[in-house]
Structure formats: C-alpha cells, structure tokens
Design a protein around this ligand. Structure first.
Ligand code: SAM
Length: 220
C-alpha cells in the first residue's frame, strides 16, 4: 500500500467518523485497530479506507466505515457484552465488535462469505468471534439473550424474533424500510416493553429470509 495502513485508518477515523459525530473513544479505537484492507478484495485494497462501501462478491458489500462506527456506537455495549451481528459479509463489522465485546456471534447466509470471513478473523487472532451460516433473520436463540444485536442488511420491518433475544436494556440496531432506501432504527428493551428510535436515512442490501425479503425478490 502506498501509505502505512495505520496512517490511513487514523485519517479515516478523524475525517470520516469523528468529524461526523461518533464520539465513543472505545469505538474510535476499535476502528483504528482493524486492518480494513484485509477485508476487501485485492482489487479494492487501495481504496479500503475511503468513505464508501465496496463490493465483496455475491452482490454484497462491506459497509461504509462511518456506518460501521455509527451502528457500533448506537449499540452502546456494556463491558463484557455478548453481541449478535446478522450479515457477516467480509467479517469487518464483526472484527470491530470483537474489540468491544466479550463474545461475538455473526451469521451469514452465503457459506463462501462466511468461510472467508472466518479465515480473516482467525488470521487476526480474534478468537471471541463465532461465524455461523444460515438465515439470521431468526436470530440465534440458542445463544440468546444478547446485550446488542446489529443487523447489517435491510428488513421490511423489525423481525420480532430478534427483539425477543435482547436482554433488558439491550439495543437492536437495524435498517428498516423499502429496498434501496431505509431508516436506521434503534430498539431498546425495557421492563415495560420496547422503545423505538427512528434515525438516519441509509441504503443497505436486503435481509433475505423468513423475517426479511423473499429470496426471489432481489431486484424489486
Ligand atoms: N457486516 C458486513 C461487513 O462488515 O462486511 C457487511 C454486510 S453486507 C452490507 C450484508 C450481508 O448480509 C451480506 O453479506 C448478505 O449476504 C447478508 N445477509 C442477507 N440476508 C441475510 C440473512 N437472512 N441471514 C444472514 N445474512 C444475510
């Protein structure tokens, strides 16, 4: 790489992430520590730290760095957290979470993406992440409850199955809305029910599954 990756990551944190309002020092430090260039295909390595998503194969993307940091901050994880990510993709978001949580579970519907992500995470020694293959729209009841659930793909509505897998005080962060354009939502489990916040406009690839979009509807 033309420039040392640490220098590029630091610039990404300052100019794209802190400058747009992400303040949590633990999140900023995690974003500095993960070598994003190792999570993108060779052909895109030189733009790994730039301000946009990149293709990772199978019609999927690694999200824009700011969105990764912002969604991570919204989870507001306690120390020793157990967290679930749905939509492993490259494994980058899971690597960021691995620096903030005790235990990370991440689930991906494409086995080839899951295997590649697992190899990257292992190579970095991030042994607190477990990669699962399957339809993450059901969540992962066998490992629930979670302190935080981050959905990295867009659903037509919030999957109720996921809400049921939060601890009290836990947050679910998810893009909700039509294909191509959604709003980020944060749901918080409280003793008396769920609190919903509707946040920024975003554009994620669809969550395909039982509690997402149907498989044969990818171009709607
Ligand atoms: N977090 C990823 C990263 O850091 O590279 C980017 C995720 S990409 C925007 C969305 C991912 O969600 C894709 O890899 C897609 O295959 C996956 N996905 C879509 N529907 C899914 C489902 N029902 N269960 C699990 N993964 C799903």
């Amino acid at each position: 790489m033309a420039q040392d990756w640490h220098t590029q990551a630091e610039r990404m944190v300052q100019e794209q992430i802190a400058a747009r309002g992400v303040r949590d020092p633990r999140v900023l430090e995690a974003m500095r520590r993960v070598p994003r260039h190792l999570f993108v295909p060779e052909a895109y390595r030189s733009s790994a730290y730039e301000d946009h998503p990149l293709p990772i194969g199978h019609g999927q993307t690694i999200s824009q760095p700011f969105i990764v940091a912002y969604m991570t901050e919204l989870l507001d994880l306690p120390p020793d957290a157990k967290v679930l990510e749905i939509g492993t993709g490259s494994g980058y978001q899971a690597a960021v979470l691995a620096h903030l949580a005790r235990e990370v579970h991440t689930i991906e519907r494409f086995p080839a993406l899951a295997e590649a992500a697992q190899r990257r995470l292992e190579a970095l020694g991030l042994d607190n992440v477990t990669v699962h293959v399957g339809d993450g729209s059901h969540g992962l009841p066998e490992h629930a409850p979670f302190d935080g659930i981050l959905v990295a793909a867009a659903a037509p509505e919030v999957p109720v199955a996921l809400l049921a897998q939060l601890v009290e005080g836990g947050h679910l962060v998810i893009p909700v809305g039509a294909r191509g354009m959604q709003r980020l939502e944060r749901w918080t489990r409280r003793a008396d029910g769920f609190h919903r916040e509707v946040l920024d406009a975003v554009a994620f690839v669809p969550l395909i599954g039982a509690h997402g979009w149907p498989e044969d509807d990818t171009h709607a």
